[in-house]
Design a protein around this ligand. Structure first.
Ligand code: G1P
Ligand code: ZN
Length: 544
């Protein structure tokens, strides 16, 4: 077979963000754009010769064309084995699991996670290493470096591979395994959770679930696990068919974008548990009847109840949360006498902690939670964890959360996002805020006294690498916090995120409305940053 070496020149800006390369579909479809990045990736990892790689997509527009190009390029680099999901599909957690299970050298995941899809939507490529987790900062930097010096890429001349059913195909020197994308993942879940007990609760007719797959990748996973293996009613999984444009929706499981589920959970006849996942299946949202569980509370509650779940019964080595995530998890860790690590935003920072056995559970405020069972956050896993707790405790979701607050205190928490802000304006705002915030220590603002103001930097406790400029923190002496950061996953302009948190121990105040309870801190954040005047907005684009 013919391997072509095609001359190329670098594209500017193939720089990995929070979650590797994410751009508009129109950008990825430019001639040589995808090919350059893939060749840079192979160059950065020492070539493909003899390697085993997993390749999977979340089903979005341009996946099918892209995966064929990647298969031909992998063959041209001498990759020995390629594990590909049927029809190219794999959720991000399922891909992570396959990399680990088959001891692959890594995986290429085609996804833009929760960003919209379609011809004018977003596309992305992520590289995961042999531990199944997102490439480290060092590997990401090496890929970016290679994109800047690319002169040619190599590709095999071949017809498209039929990916529609499980098969084994040889392409030049590469063996391609097309596998059922769901089975291995569902089997892994059965080893962690008490399926008979959950099934018992569901079959007793006492428990209904609504899972919104948002026309994204988790449809087939949730159907197999919830409806087939756990006996949930037919129709439990809604929007279950993955569509390349996610049905025109925004596949992000939050109160704004998962409005269909929210509406179902607000009905008088609402199911007992509502859940949703995102484009590539790593995020989750948990709802009770007319009740929203914040992701920061969710991970704290999973940690506090982990002893009820077979996979975690032997105890947690430690836990971790991303810096902007609320400190509810810290309180659980303190009670249990286990360490709680604070990492920069992005799942890759949990990798070393998980690999070295320092932590068992981890989570982010951005609807992500996971554990050492793989190296990505995992949407369906979080839903099953909740189901397992519910099957043991036999209480409504809301009661479990309220009892948690009563036991640990409540960390009121909100995130205000300002999307598509002009990049220059956002950068200037952050720069001026940085200068301001770092001088405020010891000062009083309203009723609050500033304990510290800094630009968060993190030293990895395993490899000692230092990551700087991860968000501006303003901490108060009562434990309240305001955090400002710019998103690293947007594809247009800048997204400014403001995270606000206040701790209240008194159970009599736990019923307060979040925005109300945080009102004075929100005002401080707005005033300090001048965000409304600078952006000319009346308020945030999305509040979670
Ligand atoms: C966002 C979330 C972050 C998450 C990432 C990938 O990144 O805030 O927690 O890890 O998506 O899902 P951001 O856009 O804030 O950089
Ligand atoms: Zn995602």
């Amino acid at each position: 077979m013919n391997i072509h070496t095609v001359d190329s020149t670098p594209f500017e800006g193939q720089k990995p963000g929070t979650s590797v390369l994410r751009k508009r579909v129109t950008v990825f479809r430019q001639a040589r754009y995808l090919e350059n990045f893939i060749q840079a990736l192979f160059n950065a990892i020492g070539g493909g010769e003899g390697k085993t790689l997993v390749v999977g997509c979340d089903g979005r527009f341009y996946n099918q064309e892209a995966i064929q190009i990647i298969i031909r390029m992998a063959a041209a680099q001498g990759v020995a084995r390629l594990l590909v999901g049927k029809s190219g599909l794999l959720s991000t957690p399922a891909a992570s699991n396959l990399i680990r299970k088959h001891k692959a050298d890594g995986g290429i995941i085609l996804s833009a996670s929760h960003n919209p899809g379609g011809p004018d939507g977003d596309f992305g490529i992520k590289f995961n290493g042999p531990n199944g987790g997102p490439a480290s900062e060092q590997v990401s930097a090496a890929i970016y470096h290679e994109t800047g010096r690319i002169r040619a890429y190599r590709i095999l001349e071949a017809d498209d591979i039929a990916l529609g059913k499980p098969a084994e195909i040889t392409l030049d020197r590469t063996r391609i395994h097309i596998i059922n994308p769901v089975t291995d993942y569902a089997d892994l879940m059965e080893t962690l959770f008490d399926f008979p007990r959950i099934r018992g609760m569901i079959e007793a007719g006492m428990f209904n679930i609504c899972f919104d797959a948002m026309h994204a990748i988790t449809g087939p996973y949730a159907y197999e696990i919830l409806e087939r293996r756990l006996g949930a009613l037919p129709g439990t999984v809604i929007n279950a068919t993955p569509l390349s444009d996610f049905g025109g929706g925004h596949p992000d499981p939050n109160l704004t974008y998962a409005h269909e589920l929210v509406e179902i959970m607000n009905r008088p006849t609402a199911p007992d548990l509502g859940a949703a996942s995102d484009g590539d299946g790593d995020r989750n949202m948990i709802l009770g009847k007319r009740f929203f569980v914040t992701p920061s509370d969710s991970i704290a509650i999973l940690a506090a109840n982990a002893h009820l779940v077979p996979g975690y019964r032997s105890g947690l080595a430690g836990v971790a949360r991303s810096m902007p995530t609320s400190q509810a998890l810290d309180r659980v860790a303190a009670r249990f006498g286990i360490p709680c690590f604070e990492t920069p935003t992005g799942w890759k920072f949990f990798g070393n902690l998980l690999d070295s056995g320092k932590i068992t559970l981890c989570g982010e405020e951005s609807f992500g939670s996971g554990s050492d069972h793989l190296r990505e956050k995992d949407g369906v896993w979080a839903v099953l964890f909740w189901l397992n707790i519910l099957a043991v405790r036999r209480q409504p979701v809301e009661q479990i959360v309220r009892e948690h607050w009563a036991a640990f205190g409540r960390n009121f928490y909100t995130r205000h996002d300002y999307e598509q802000v002009e990049s220059g304006i956002a950068a200037q705002m952050m720069e001026e805020l940085r200068d301001r915030i770092t001088t405020l220590s010891g000062r009083k603002i309203g009723d609050y006294k500033v304990a510290y103001g800094d630009d968060f930097s993190y030293q990895d406790p395993v490899d000692q690498s230092v990551t700087e400029h991860q968000g501006l923190r303003l901490g108060f002496t009562d434990g309240s916090r305001i955090v400002f950061r710019l998103s690293g996953t947007g594809t247009e302009g800048a997204t400014l995120r403001i995270y606000i948190e206040k701790y209240i121990a008194d159970p009599a105040r736990h019923g307060e409305d979040t925005q109300e309870a945080l009102k004075d801190l929100i005002e401080i954040a707005n005033k300090l940053s001048g965000v409304l005047t600078r952006t000319g907005r009346g308020g945030p684009t999305v509040i979670t």
